[in-house]
Design a protein around this ligand. Structure first.
Ligand code: SF4
Length: 225
């Protein structure tokens, strides 16, 4: 992969890409259904290794049965495992949800905290989950969510050459204007699902083709995955 261009050029290209994607996806937003920060926290824990679509099917019933952290502590792990089974990794997710619920009731009056440090103390909550909750439930711009779509597109767009989510996030923080830290991953996810797919990206239909160094129209090669 080519080295990133000079920082100022890269920032200008990134701003143009964001501008074009905002125009292409004016309704881009968090696709996990939720009506409060706690529901978003649970949905994000469930979304690990699972599609948002599947999580939304599961939470449609789950959020009727459990409305607050205390509710998740009233049932046995076995019962909660059954309720979330179809999202995969249900034993670990049950431990995370019940562990998080316990800490929220004991330390935070059953409310979801508003800071990165506090969120990272919750069992099963890593930076990605914390960023999703802070950005989408509280409007706090603490960082940039990095998932598989953000990773793939960031490599193709040569925003980063890093491999780990933490380092990719640091590169993105450097070039994405802070005002766009929350919308940016949504734009990447929408574009990744619709056009810049993992296999067979539709470069000939892409609104940011001119700004993309990996377009097969330029390279004649399939973009790196
Ligand atoms: S030009 Fe192709 S590789 Fe580049 S962002 Fe668009 S679809 Fe993805």
């Amino acid at each position: 992969m080519a080295k990133r261009e000079k920082l100022e050029e890269l920032k200008a290209r990134t701003r143009e890409i964001i501008r074009r994607l905002k125009r292409a996806y004016p309704g881009a937003k968090c696709s996990l259904n939720h009506s409060n920060p706690f529901e978003l926290l649970v949905a994000t824990i469930l979304s690990a290794q699972c599609t948002d679509e599947r999580v939304n099917i599961v939470t449609a019933d789950l959020f009727r049965k459990y409305t607050k952290p205390e509710d998740y502590l009233k049932v046995s792990p076995r019962e909660l495992e059954k309720d979330i089974q179809s999202t995969g990794f249900f034993r670990n997710k049950t431990k995370s949800i019940q562990g998080t619920s316990k800490l929220l009731t004991e330390e935070y009056g059953s409310e979801v905290p508003h800071t990165m440090d506090e969120l990272l103390e919750l069992p099963g909550v890593a930076r990605k989950t914390a960023n999703v909750v802070l950005g989408n439930a509280f409007g706090v711009k603490a960082g940039v969510v990095v998932d598989t779509h953000v990773t793939r597109l960031s490599h193709r767009l040569n925003f980063t050459q890093e491999k780990t989510a933490e380092k990719i996030e640091q590169d993105l923080i450097e070039i994405v204007p802070k005002r766009d830290w929350v919308i940016f991953p949504h734009l990447m996810i929408y574009h990744g699902r619709k056009i810049c797919k993992a296999r067979n990206p539709l470069c000939d239909q892409c609104t940011i083709e001119k700004q993309c160094p990996s377009s097969f129209l330029k390279t004649g090669l399939p973009p790196p995955s």
